[in-house]
Design a protein around this ligand. Structure first.
Ligand code: UD1
Length: 367
């Protein structure tokens, strides 16, 4: 079974890695990594391949940055050519980036089966490009591998046939468990002379937070005030760094005492910081899940989340920009949350996917 694993942007690499490693050990499976090139910097891409033990991609589409339509269209055009040369038996897409939807459209139009890993998540906010990508991908995919019961419910409500949906759990936590010994041995905080539990970690890159001058300005003000109480490490995404520069905020941030702004970090170095910190401020999707899993308080600077289980069962709180200082101070002053274990978030998601694929293979042999 020839299987393309599509990856494109930073949050994709930790989702394909466990699946690639599991498939590689199966005699019936021939996994191929297809990198669309949406993220291309060393820090945003190559370093993750190295950390996660992934080989060089079998196919690299070299798409790069662009507007949404450009990025989506360029992936469709380039990937269709690959599919027309030699069609795989299955295309696996992950997450919700532009390349996820683009690869799905290209494949299904050629009659090639698509499986979506991390299916069914919904923020119900169509201003987010990721929500559009999720809707498009899920309506077209043949197999929908979901992380949580809310995702199953969303798909059922949208009229997806129950036999297409399979709850497999959270694949990102497979990467976390696979890398845990290395993460725990890393101690990134010591590079910055920080004590364990005595700093916060910040990641911000959503257009709603960083592309708007007023929002980014007030986030920066709050972060500067918080840094006066507790050191903050803020590995800034290229989009964020660019916008900080455009709005004249970069120097103020870089020279603020106790506010450390390193380049984006590879997986193991970054996760080590998250393991050791007091709390996280983020607008990322995956970090809401990782913090919930390991029990680190997380403030998500967004109006909504497509991962509500991290609020009901985890350590996550949604937070408006105007409330960030108060909520962060509550955590600095000792407020804690006790997460509950989430079913199937256990490091065994790749195994469940392999079982699901074997079942599919047997069914198609019988028919
Ligand atoms: C993309 C995803 C987002 C995900 C995020 C993780 C979409 C719509 N968005 O957003 O869901 O959370 O990745 O990072 O797919 N850039 C570089 N080097 C790189 C990549 C990007 O400098 O390797 C810069 C470019 O200036 C680019 C900008 O960052 O224009 C934004 O990159 P893009 O891939 O368009 O979106 P992200 O904000 O990274």
């Amino acid at each position: 079974m020839l299987i393309h694993l599509i990856c494109a942007a930073r949050p994709n690499f930790m989702k394909i890695a466990p699946l690639y490693h599991a498939l590689k050990d199966e005699r019936w499976a021939q996994p191929m990594i297809v990198h669309t090139g949406q993220h291309y910097d060393l820090n945003m891409s190559d370093a993750f391949f190295e950390d996660l033990g992934l080989p060089q991609p079998d196919i690299h589409l070299g798409i790069g940055s662009g507007t949404h339509a450009e990025q989506t269209g360029n992936v469709m055009i380039a990937y269709e050519k690959i599919l027309m040369e030699k069609a795989p038996d299955l295309v696996v897409v992950v997450g919700d980036v532009n390349s996820t939807a683009a690869a799905t459209i290209a494949a299904v139009k050629l009659g090639i089966k698509v499986a979506h890993l991390e299916a069914g998540l919904r923020s119900f906010d169509r201003r987010m490009p990721e929500e559009i990508n999720r809707l498009v991908t899920d309506v077209l995919a043949d197999l929908l591998w979901t992380p949580s019961p809310d995702a199953d419910q969303n798909l059922l409500r949208e009229g997806v046939k129950p036999d297409k949906i399979k709850r497999v759990g959270n694949i990102m936590l497979d990467s976390l468990e696979m890398m845990r010994p290395k993460i725990e041995a890393q101690n990134t905080h010591q590079e910055f002379d920080l004590a364990s539990g005595a700093f916060g970690v910040v990641t911000l890159h959503r257009p709603s937070n960083v592309d708007d001058e007023e929002n980014l300005g007030s986030l920066c003000n709050t972060l500067q005030k918080l840094a006066a109480k507790l050191p903050l490490v803020f590995p800034a995404h290229p989009r964020t760094r660019k916008k900080l520069g455009m709005f004249g905020l970069l120097q103020k941030m870089q020279t603020c005492p106790n506010l450390i702004m390193p380049d984006p970090m590879p997986y193991i170095r970054f996760m080590s910081l998250v393991f050791q910190c007091k709390f996280v401020i983020t607008d990322s999707g995956g970090i809401q899940e990782e913090t919930s899993y390991i029990g680190v308080p997380c403030l998500t600077v967004r109006e909504n989340t497509e991962r509500p289980i991290t609020i009901t069962h985890g350590t996550n709180q949604l937070c408006r920009i105007g409330d960030l200082q108060t909520k962060a101070m509550d955590i600095i002053n000792g407020s804690t949350s006790r997460p509950q274990p989430i079913e199937l978030w256990d490091g065994n998601t790749a195994k469940r996917i392999i079982d699901c694929l074997k079942e599919q293979l047997n069914t198609s042999k019988q028919s």
